[in-house]
Design a protein around this ligand. Structure first.
Ligand code: ZN
Length: 283
């Protein structure tokens, strides 16, 4: 049974239709309120019987959206993948890498799907991405078994300070993409069996209503199973680890249109939902 997991004011919740259910309440205390603990028990989330659940276990829908936090609030690791769409590599003037380009987004940059983005520079850029959420502890996986350890996917923004990123040689991706608030994710974690085709998810990004990025994860140079297998050969993957899988073309640096205070970033993946993040002056 597919599930949709959210973080409502710091508590794990499930959503079906337009209704939010508090996970601890709806499971009679069997499943945890902490979203990170809930991810580690993702197989049990699929079995929660919402059809016969007591209405007292619901969370007020009207206050839901404004109180949504990141579905994975404290990942142990957050990987980013660079240059993983051909059109984006071309617009960046970079050659296609022979192995996945991996960097770290430090976990403290993770933010909620409707949080403000506090801009700390004048060359800050947007990157809409599919974010994969690991559900099982695993090591040395094959590509064939990789989707099987995924708790679900969500939408993400890999907000990037281009000036800092390219201030040093070699470029310092990790620091430049880890300012506080530069990693909004959400609004919901969708289980893999809730997706029509997990290897072909349409994603797009609009700034102030103008679409800037639009593609599908079918265009990934290194698809999700290859990324998981590759990373798991190096480092043990743990429940709640995130993989930002790369961004398609249309980023602001290609047209020198960077984010400024007041801009609204809308990031969307079909079957997952829409994030809306307003840029504010974070100086
Ligand atoms: Zn990125």
């Amino acid at each position: 049974m597919p599930f949709r997991l959210l973080n409502v004011a710091g508590r794990a919740a499930l959503r079906r239709g337009g209704v939010y259910w508090d996970l601890e309440s709806v499971s009679g205390g069997r499943l945890p309120a902490d979203p990170m603990s809930a991810i580690g028990r993702w197989r049990e989330l699929a079995a929660v019987d919402l059809d016969s659940a007591a209405p007292e276990a619901t969370v007020d829908e009207a206050i839901g959206a404004g109180r949504l936090g990141p579905p994975v609030p404290r990942p142990g690791k957050a990987f980013g993948i660079g240059l993983n769409y051909r059109d984006h590599a071309a617009e960046s003037g970079m050659e296609l890498p022979e192995v996945p380009v991996v960097f770290a987004k430090y976990p403290s940059c993770i933010a909620g799907p409707y949080d403000d983005v506090p801009l700390r520079g004048d060359a800050v850029d947007y990157e809409v991405e599919l974010v994969v959420v690991i559900g099982d502890e695993c090591k040395d996986l094959s590509e064939e078994s990789a989707w099987g350890v995924v708790a679900g996917v969500t939408c993400g923004q890999d907000v990037s300070d281009r000036r800092l990123q390219f201030a040093a040689k070699p470029p310092q991706f990790g620091l430049a993409k880890s300012f506080d608030g530069y990693g909004p994710i959400g609004p919901v974690l969708v289980s893999v069996d809730g997706l029509a085709d997990p290897d072909a998810l349409a994603l797009r990004c609009a700034i102030n209503g103008e679409e800037r990025q639009g593609s599908t994860t079918a265009e990934l140079i290194r698809p999700v199973p290859e990324l998981i297998a590759y990373l798991s050969r190096v480092t043990r993957l743990l429940p709640g680890d995130l993989i930002f899988t790369g961004t398609p073309s249309g980023v602001g640096s290609a047209s020198k249109r960077y984010l400024k205070p007041g801009d609204v970033i809308e990031s969307e993946i079909d079957g997952v939902g829409l994030m809306r993040n307003r840029c504010v002056d974070g100086a």
